[in-house]
Ligand binder design. Structure first.
Ligand SMILES: [Zn+2]
Length: 364
């Protein structure tokens, strides 16, 4: 009896120690390093890199000839800034045409109307973002159908070639992985694979099955690309901008097995998103990022076009969005497109600097 009680005491002490140790461990766990990524061009590299440094962006996402990328990487490295290869599976050129996604006739008709729209703001067209209520949008860019093995091989080859030619890259940033009609592809290859999916899931209604098939294959493709990048170089990082929108589930990003998942919390165009939506999306993007994969950091993405016919976000509006994001998300990470507009416009840079100062004040 005495021995038993003694054993219990020892066990209890051990358990208490374990709890104390775990708490101490939790307290000491280093916070994740903020990731601030700018999607943009390489024109005036010195200016772009100086702007990134000034605004504490530590990642720049670019695309271009490998020689120019290597020069850009060398300059950025001196300032401690990582460079990512911006890769998009867009169906450009005649030779890729047979592999592009197919849309229904009504979507093709809509595409013609959007292209022909002469209104400077294209009548509320959101260009790959969530369409306005009651609007029927499709993406103007033709996308490759990733249900085809040839397309998967093509994407993998492009990524591997670029990583080999630019060994200083920190990683790859994916963009335009999605559907031109924001829902799914109707090419013969996709239709055939969908029928097989239906047979394997006979209890699902057709619409629901199409949504799930489209989402699962999209997520699997992105995760395959992410694995591919790590198979080439295990320390390479993978980022993504979740774009174009996938209408059945716009915030699907936490299903992706990658490092930096940029999901839109404030879009480029008017009408700008309501405060409540910016806050709600920020909370989901940041707080639910690790639901499936612990490697993932959820990065709020903000669209910024300044002085363009289709959009011209005023500094005050951007300041408001950055404040809402700061208040809603427990993160100093951020992603912005187009970074070149920050380089060009002093008033916009000032907004980011003020936001940084505010974050510093909150942090201390
Ligand atoms: Zn297809």
């Amino acid at each position: 009896m005495r021995v038993a009680r003694c054993r219990w005491t020892v066990l209890s002490l051990l358990a208490l120690c374990a709890v104390a140790f775990a708490q101490e461990g939790a307290e000491k766990a280093a916070p994740e390093k903020p990731w601030r990524g700018g999607w943009g061009g390489m024109r005036d590299p010195e200016k772009v890199i100086a702007c990134a440094r000034e605004l504490q962006f530590n990642a720049l996402i670019v695309n271009g000839p490998v020689d120019r990328m290597n020069d850009f990487i060398a300059l950025a490295k001196k300032e401690g800034i990582d460079v990512y290869y911006w890769f998009s599976p867009i169906a450009r050129g005649k030779e890729l045409e047979p592999w592009r996604q197919h849309m229904r006739p009504e979507d093709e008709q809509r595409l013609l109307e959007i292209r022909a729209d002469k209104d400077p703001k294209k009548s509320g067209y959101q260009s790959g973002g969530e369409p306005l209520p009651g609007h029927h949008d499709v993406l103007r860019a033709r996308l490759l159908c990733f249900h085809r093995p040839e397309v998967i091989e093509h994407c993998k080859r492009k990524i591997a070639e670029t990583m080999k030619a630019c060994p200083g890259l920190a990683g790859v940033a994916l963009d335009y992985f999605g559907y031109q009609n924001y829902r799914g592809c109707h090419c013969p290859v996709s239709e055939k694979r969908f029928e097989a999916y239906r047979k394997a899931n006979p209890d699902l209604p057709r619409d629901k099955a199409f949504e799930q098939f489209s989402l699962t294959t999209l997520v699997d493709t992105i995760n395959e690309m992410s694995d591919h990048v790590r198979s080439i170089r295990p320390d390479a990082k993978v980022a993504i901008h979740v774009y174009p929108t996938f209408l059945p589930e716009p915030l699907y990003g936490n299903r992706l097995n990658l490092d930096y998942c940029c999901q839109t919390v404030a879009w480029f165009f008017e009408p700008y998103w309501p405060d409540e939506k910016v806050r709600r999306y920020t909370r989901i993007v940041v707080n639910e990022a690790k639901k499936h994969y612990p490697r993932q950091q959820g990065i709020p993405f903000v669209g910024v076009y300044v002085g363009r016919k289709i959009a011209d976000k005023p500094p005050e509006r951007l300041a408001r969005e950055l404040r809402l994001i700061r208040e809603a998300g427990d993160t100093q990470s951020l992603s912005v497109c187009t970074f070149g507009d920050l380089v060009k416009h002093e008033a916009i840079r000032a907004v980011f600097k003020d936001a940084l100062d505010a974050t510093d004040t909150t942090a201390h």
